[in-house]
Ligand binder design. Structure first.
Ligand code: PBG
Length: 353
């Protein structure tokens, strides 16, 4: 059979769409026409990735802690406050709107009461005020959760093997206030205690910090993809048990909508889905249902997977990185936390996806 014969229109080249309208089909329609060249592909692209979509998470260390790479996150190391200020300058030069800061504190400062979390002079607070002073135009996001400060690696206070909800919230409110007073712009509760967003909002307002925003980790799943992060903040080896009594079951997405609805009614300004790529369906449902600023977190394990495969030569790391980010945009993300942020920003300066 010749090429021409094979391409002959089927008997009913005209079909009906679900509104009953006649629509053409192949060979009248050829979707490949819009893919012939880069210029047309770019022109008809539905989703766009820009530098203003990027949030760069960085890890902090005390000056006297040694600077070694985080083995499970190749290319990423913990930064001293001075290095974090340099990173903030780099981010601002690249047009990255915000940094998220995560501390790795000395073991001697961790205890079951998590007292270091509310110390106004702790590593996070000192870093935030140094960054704000040197690079005032950059947004700073601080995690609110107790795990980097907790002797047992949990996000909340633990009593008799149970993670306490309301007692934890009281500390989280103080943690939010010390961070906000240090200059943090967005408080990001990642602890998944019930009711913490409302309590933190009240606490901030009472402290006359009403412009400080809350980005709630509303749909945060109990995920294996956080492993490298826990290495980075030094909480992984310490974790007793797992986080399934407070983080969500990966099987659920209706529950994510409920979590988001609650957090919005408690005063969240933005909501987040985490991890990212395995949960794009959840992201899409949330964005469609609530039409509020919705962020995704491409977590440490997602970064590690791409980097590990790339370093083995099993995939093109740069392409996989860019593809993973445009997928977040297609699914409805307004911004993405990603460890690739500076690399992506550099690439975007030259071209756009
Ligand atoms: C702490 C927190 C975690 C992450 C962000 N904040 C880990 C966890 O909940 O165990 C994960 C981020 C990442 O994996 O990149 N509550």
């Amino acid at each position: 059979m010749s090429e021409r014969q094979r391409q002959k229109p089927a008997a009913s080249a005209q079909t009906k769409d679900n509104l009953g309208l006649s629509v053409g089909t192949y060979p009248l329609l050829r979707p490949r026409r819009n893919r012939t060249d880069a210029w047309v592909r770019g022109m008809v692209a539905e989703a766009r990735l820009t530098v203003s979509d990027l949030i760069w998470p960085i890890f902090l260390r005390e000056d006297d802690n040694p600077a070694f790479e985080i083995v499970s996150m190749p290319g990423i190391s913990r930064l001293t406050i001075e290095e974090a200020v340099q990173a903030a300058r780099q981010a601002a030069d690249l047009g990255i709107p915000a940094l998220a800061v995560f501390p790795c504190i000395g073991e001697d400062r961790k205890n079951p009461d998590c007292t270091e979390a509310v110390n106004p002079d702790n590593l996070v607070c000192r870093a935030v005020s140094a960054i704000k002073k040197a690079v005032p135009q950059i947004g700073i996001i601080c995690d609110v959760a107790l795990d980097p400060f907790n002797a047992n690696g949990h996000d909340g206070l633990v009593h008799d093997g149970r993670v306490l909800n309301d007692e934890t919230i009281a500390i989280l409110c103080q943690q939010a206030i010390v961070q906000a007073r240090a200059g943090c712009d967005i408080i990001a509760p990642s602890d998944m205690m019930d009711g913490r967003v409302g309590a933190i909002r009240c606490a901030l307002d009472q402290a006359e910090l009403q412009d400080v925003k809350i980005c709630s980790y509303a749909a945060k799943y109990a995920s294996a993809f956080y492993g490298p992060f826990r290495d980075a903040v030094g909480s992984g080896g310490k974790l007793v048990g797992d986080k399934q009594t407070y983080q969500m079951n990966p099987a659920n997405s209706d529950e994510a909508l409920r979590e988001v609805a609650m957090d919005l009614s408690e005063g969240a300004d933005m909501v987040m889905v985490k991890p990212g790529m395995p949960y794009l369906d959840v992201l899409q449902r949330i964005k469609e249902r609530f039409s509020v600023p919705t962020f995704a977190y491409q977590v440490s394990g997602e970064y590690a997977m791409i980097e590990a495969a790339a370093s083995n030569g099993w995939l093109d790391g740069e392409k996989a990185m860019m593809e993973s980010l445009i997928c977040f945009k297609r699914s409805g993300a307004d911004a993405i936390f990603t460890y690739f942020a500076p690399r992506i920003a550099e690439r975007l300066q030259n071209s756009s996806l």
